[in-house]
Design a protein around this ligand. Sequence first.
Ligand SMILES: Nc1ncnc2c1ncn2[C@@H]1O[C@H](COP(=O)(O)OP(=O)(O)OP(=O)(O)O)[C@@H](O)[C@H]1O
Ligand SMILES: [Mg+2]
Length: 603
Amino acid sequence: MSTVVGTKGEERLDYTKAESRAIRRRSMRLLASLIRPMRWLIVLTGVVIVASTIMQVIAPALIAWGIDTALPAVLKRADWMPTFGVVIVYIVVGIGGAALIGWYAVLAAKLTQAIMLDLRKRIFLHTQKLSLEFHESYTSGRIISRQTSDLDSIRELLDGGLNQLVSGVLYAGFTFIMLFLVDWQSGLVLVAAGIPLFFLMRWFFARSQTVFRETRVVSAKVIVKFVETMTGIRAVKAFRTEDTNDVEFQRLAGDHRDANRKVFRLFGTFDPALMAIAAATLGVVVLVGGLRVSSGAIEVGALLAAVLYVRNFFGPLQDVAMFMNSFQSATAALEKVSGVLEEEPTVPDPTKPIDLWEARGHLRFDDVTFGYADDRIILPDFSLEIPAGQTVALVGTTGAGKSTLAKLVSRFYDPSEGAVTLDGVDLRSMHPKDLRRAIVMVTQEAYLFSGTIADNIALGKPEATLGEIEAAARAVGADAFIRALPDGYDTDVNKRGGRVSAGQRQLISFARAFLADPAVLILDEATASLDMPSERQIQNALETLLADRTAIIIAHRLSTVAIADRVLVMEHGRIIEDDAPAALIAGTGKFAQLHRAWRETLV
Ligand SMILES: Nc1ncnc2c1ncn2[C@@H]1O[C@H](COP(=O)(O)OP(=O)(O)OP(=O)(O)O)[C@@H](O)[C@H]1O
Ligand SMILES: [Mg+2]
């Protein structure tokens, strides 16, 4: 079984062969697309590393030649020339090799950083582009790990692991060849040592797969528990769940420790076994070589070189083993990242966008059918016409489909059948820029971004002047409290003193919408955080905000409904009542009942 990761990014163990293959192909495609622009840099890096390895590997052979040829020349004929020669070559090769290693380090870092930059940008741009549907199911915690820990694993592989593997394998390979050139009999001893080595490596790779995966899964659980607890800290404190969280977290942290212990135990077995094989091989080489030296079959220098080569051969194997860990986590990371990058926006931009320069705000639902999932339809065969400039209040029980309707008008989702049109243009073919300018939705969560209050209002119109920003704030009744803040419009929303209440945040988002000046404005529960005493003020603010545009107000507060031209009562995805507020109140329908009940709570 191999570790593979699905589109949604969780590590699962039960993929079918076909799914695993598809996921692997997906990662390979991503890898290829990252590497393609770098191919010449990769070729150059490869040439440099091969050259530098050859230079490193030559050294023992030079020593052998020095002992067997140059030294006798000095002793027998007082001829220093070969010695000078070999020393000069040794120095040149040494310095050359060192310089090449330096160059290689620079090239490898350049390569890694270029790939990381590319990948980092891609993940951000792509996740930002993905539709709301994706973000509603893919938690922010998981998106954060894509951009942080997954990128880190990939960087670790490129920076450390891959370097170690490539240089380790090259080094071992060239060493092996040189050993055969210098003394093939010692080479045969090394080949024999390959048998236990093969079994050791096979055991290590199989075992490490399991152990390393366990550490990843457990550490992901620890992170999720931590993030969930801290994100929900208000609920944790309100319901006093600290103690159960403590127990749970300690258990997970314990699992984490146990998984890591297994890793250490794994290396605790592998490292000594590798050393034992290396020691035994060296022992045999020295023994056999010593016998051959005494019988004159081989020079002592050649034996020394052979011993050095055998010892050097085992050195990088430990690095190769370390590489397994970074290789596996990087593969898992690449699989998760490629899953996100291959997600398509479910609300795609039109191929032939239609421009709508001056939207009037005439909205229509033509036989729209919509459901979040295929098996559960929320809006069945829905038709509705809202003339330009009308203010519509949408009321109905929880789960009736009001927010869903709003999301279709904002084109956060597309209908599965039928069409939503603005001034006769299907939203699906409207230019995204025109769509965003024409239709704005304000929701209950009025998010404030880092920056000043003025920056946050200007979100609706980035080129707005301070005068325009202040005028927008005045229009919705936000000016007074903003001026009372420590730095007025320049107050940093993240600083103490810049912290505003939920209702004030709501007013800021009204100012944002007023400044954006869309033809269609949707307020989904946007008045929920505003308190009762400012009711009159809210009415005034809303009247200013809604004047001269098409508006859909979704509100549980019935007083807000009074300013509407028309009320729609929604139930199970259908409009069951549709009239002017006064007419509905006078009648006997659902809205009249709601209104009576509400009036009674007021007295
Ligand atoms: N992102 C989603 N994925 C799947 N189903 C959803 C999603 N959002 C809403 N639903 C379902 O669609 C139905 C309508 O939800 P919607 O949010 O439109 O109700 P609502 O009328 O706005 O209710 P409320 O007054 O509570 O805000 C609900 O049954 C809900 O379970
Ligand atoms: Mg809702």
